[in-house]
Design a binder for this molecule. Structure first.
Ligand code: KIV
Ligand code: ZN
Length: 508
């Protein structure tokens, strides 16, 4: 059976979701998880975009050896040089070059003629091929480009050494039949060994259907993102395409090298790191994907699960609520549980997690798998975050104005300790105002979300916040059995990221 290569772009296109910024350690954790999942290609970032992006690509290239590691570039030489530097430690590097080919993009955005675009392709692909054997070329806005010009573009990219050519439906405009026709047309003018890829956005909710139509027409690679995150309405969902190909292999007659039992866990990780909630009714990984409400369905399921389920939750690693560890559990059991949960923590991280687990076990009777995963996701963010919330205090009640005090170490710059007090409409607002003062930065609170983790009356509270200043937005999260502590942590993380993003822009 012909394979379909899975190209994951969660860390590049996925990170382009409005308001999402992942720190390098979070990207590395996702990249390692993607390696376990078995993706063929991992697009680690766009190195020229920022020093943080370049650092993340390099970190991933050093540590993730199994998949091909791709870095995105425009046709400019400085982009290719930045990508080559970041990919230098990679076992299997890929340079991914993109330029737009639709009349609209060429005329208004690039201000280039067709001839100039062809020259750019020839120069950039030829240059990249001097340094790496694996070059992908993408024709941005391909589905709104003149198909005859697209043939010329891809033939040129192939002749200059591109090994994969990608057809992006950049604005989610195409429909399945048209995508199938386009893939067949492009394949017919290229060598059989050149891989044709599809990259679909979800503006009309057709990304998965269009991608599968591409596969049926012979595409050898699909570009997807976990939970379907990405620009605007997002990218094609990795989990949906993969499970469609696996579940209906009888129909598609194509194989994938994915180990789907990791899907649920990675989906949770991506959701936490990005702050983008998975809707409960989302296929494959949503909370309700395997829930049955009506009596008739429940009756059917009890008699034979297959009456209303085409997938087994085990197949995608959907959790069984197990209450496993408590305050008497030792380090060994804890480390074993980390392994079982596929949490790759070095000795220092293990120690920090064990301390956090012990603190938590003092506060609640049982610590569930969901608690441990949340602790881990929280610590990954904390580990890379310089400023630290040292202490906080909140005063509330019917006869006092809500007032908060925070003490933040390394606020805005290393060595700067800030102790600030502020009042607000309520305890959350007072904490937010105090943290903003600690960072000497005004900001607006765009979103505040509190979710229980682990269940039960002693559940931990997980807080997600999004803050904005001008054009810049940043997410933060906090986790604690005390929801105000979780709130103060989340504000500190978000403000630290906001300030760091501004400092990075100022430095570049
Ligand atoms: O949507 C798009 O066109 C892209 C390209 C960079 C492949 O993301
Ligand atoms: Zn895209």
């Amino acid at each position: 059976m012909e394979p379909v290569r899975i190209f994951d772009t969660t860390l590049r296109d996925g990170e382009q979701s409005p308001g999402v910024t992942l720190v390098p350690q979070e990207k590395l954790a996702i990249a390692r998880a993607m390696e376990e999942l078995g993706v063929d290609v991992l697009e680690a970032g766009f190195p020229i975009a920022s020093p943080g992006d370049a650092e993340a690509v390099r970190l991933i290239a050093q540590s993730v050896r199994e998949p091909i590691i791709a870095a995105l570039c425009r046709t400019r030489l400085i982009d290719i040089e930045a990508a080559l530097r970041a990919l230098e430690p990679a076992a299997k590097p890929r340079i991914h070059i993109v330029i737009a080919t639709s009349e609209l993009h060429m005329r208004t955005k690039l201000r280039m003629t067709r001839e100039q675009v062809l020259e750019e392709i020839e120069r950039s692909v030829t240059t990249a091929r001097k340094y790496v054997d694996d070059v992908e070329f993408s024709a941005e806005d391909a589905t709104r480009s003149d198909p005859a010009f697209l043939e010329e573009v891809f033939k040129l990219a192939e002749a200059c050494g591109a090994t994969t050519v990608n057809i992006p439906d950049t604005v989610g405009y195409t429909v399945p039949e048209a995508m199938g026709q386009l893939v067949r047309r492009i394949k017919s003018v290229l060598k059989p060994e050149t891989i044709v890829s599809v990259h679909c956005h979800d503006d009309l909710g057709l990304a998965v259907a269009n991608t599968l139509a591409g596969v049926q027409a012979g595409a050898g690679q699909v570009e997807v993102a976990m939970n379907g995150i990405g620009e605007r309405a997002g990218n094609c969902s990795l989990e949906e395409v993969v499970m469609a190909l696996i579940t209906r292999q009888d129909y598609f007659q194509r194989s994938v090298g994915i180990r789907p039992q990791h899907l649920y866990r990675i989906s949770q990780m991506v959701s936490r790191f990005t702050g983008m909630v998975v809707p409960p009714n989302k296929a494959i990984i949503g909370d309700n994907a395997f829930a049955h409400e009506s009596g008739i369905h429940q009756d059917g399921i009890l008699k034979d699960r297959r009456t209303y389920e085409i997938l087994d939750p085990d197949q995608v690693g959907a959790p069984k609520s197990r209450l496993v560890l408590g305050k008497h559990s030792g380090r060994h059991a804890f480390v074993e549980r980390l392994k079982a949960l596929h949490i790759h923590a070095g000795p220092e991280m293990q120690e920090r997690l064990f301390q956090r687990f012990k603190e938590l076990a003092d506060q609640k009777r049982y610590v569930s798998d969901a608690d441990i995963e949340a602790l881990y996701h929280n610590e990954v963010g904390v580990a890379t975050q310089q400023p630290k919330l040292e202490a906080f205090q909140v005063q509330v009640g019917t006869r006092v104005i809500p007032t908060a005090l925070v003490e933040v170490a390394d606020a805005g710059e290393v060595g700067r300790r800030a102790i600030e007090v502020a009042t607000g409409d309520g305890p959350v607002d007072a904490l937010f105002q105090a943290v903003c003062r600690a960072f000497e930065t005004e900001a607006e609170l765009v979103e505040y979300r509190l979710t229980p983790v682990g269940g039960g009356p002693d559940a931990q509270g997980e807080v997600f916040v999004q803050v904005r200043r001008g054009e810049d937005t940043a997410y933060g999260r906090g986790l604690s059995t005390d929801i105000l502590a979780a709130t103060a942590q989340a504000f500190t993380q978000a403000m630290a990221r906001l300030v760091r993003a501004r400092q990075e822009v100022a430095a570049s």
